[in-house]
Design a binder for this molecule. Sequence first.
Ligand code: F6R
Ligand code: MG
Ligand code: MG
Length: 371
Amino acid sequence: MSGKVTVSLIKADVGSYPGHARCHPDLLEIAEKELKSYRERGVIRDFRVFNAGDDLELILTHDKGVDSQEIHGVAWEVFEKATERAKELKLYGAGQDLLSDAFSGNVRGMGPGVAEMEFTERGAEPLIAFMMDKTEPGAFNLPIFRMFADPFNTAGLIIDPSLHPGFVFEVWDILEDRRVFMKAPEEMYDLLALIGAKSRFVIKRVFPKEGGKLPADEPVAVVSTEKLYQIAGEYVGKDDPVALVRAQSGLPAVGEVLEPFAFPHLVSGWMRGSHNGPIMPVSLKHSQCTRFDGPPRVIALGFQIADGTLVGPLDLFDDPAFDSARQKAQEIAEYMRRHGPFEPHRLPMEDMEYTTLPGVMEKLEERFERI
Ligand code: F6R
Ligand code: MG
Ligand code: MG
């Protein structure tokens, strides 16, 4: 295979055990078996199957570009087959993220989350897949910003002449369904003004600048931005976002891509999708949400792409170098938990709109007196 490759990371929670803790091994096995047959038939070039907490994660490589009906159809079928087994096992939330009974050509807006990008494969192409559980897409704003725009994180922005010009950020306003492209470092303060409001403005993609080493129209990072509650019209769980980030040779080095996760920043999600808490970087074997259905977790799997095939993964957070981030995350988790139902542990009212608060307000409406 020469030229362009498409990497699609597509995920859904189609059932877990116990409760929302972890994806069942049978579902991973079913996905593995199904995708193997698609690979044999040449529909996809390669694949890997993982779980991030209760989410079933499919990484597919192919030559069909982003938003391919065929590729999304493959993922949908895998999720449907896994759902059948989840129902037999009476797993929790069996089929929960398949919001429609029939596939309509694209999984976007139907429940699953998608991060995919098509790009020209370089001589050596390192790629890192990030998968979060129990949080929302805006949880990637801080780390993606740091990787591509913060010189205190990414030494290459200062040291490597090919990174020096900076990057272009595609930011989505997920409430108004619109987007804006912003340049860093030139527009860094405006960019931060938006993406600091992480429940509304989310980084969707990052592009190199014109005239650099890499084509300016091919993304170097992409984040899933589906908002389940907007799709479903009612709360059906957090979005549990995923992201793909390319690295090295004119891009942040692998270590610069991982460095933001040495700080377990606060994200929203956790118990009942309604609490702020730290995001804890963990290895695959620790990808299961326990304490208070959390704390929110992120895994990072590293690959080299070779002619569209996946070499790897390396389980990048399976490393004592991240022990102190995990320790810090636990201290923060403990500190936040002590607030119980009080903000800022519990999310602010605007973000509780899709849960019980409107109901409580309605019930008390008549009893409120003017003061
Ligand atoms: C958070 C999450 C869980 C559930 C919680 C209650 O994203 O999935 O914390 O919200 O376990 O689940 P139900 O309402 O299904 O009993
Ligand atoms: Mg679940
Ligand atoms: Mg999940």
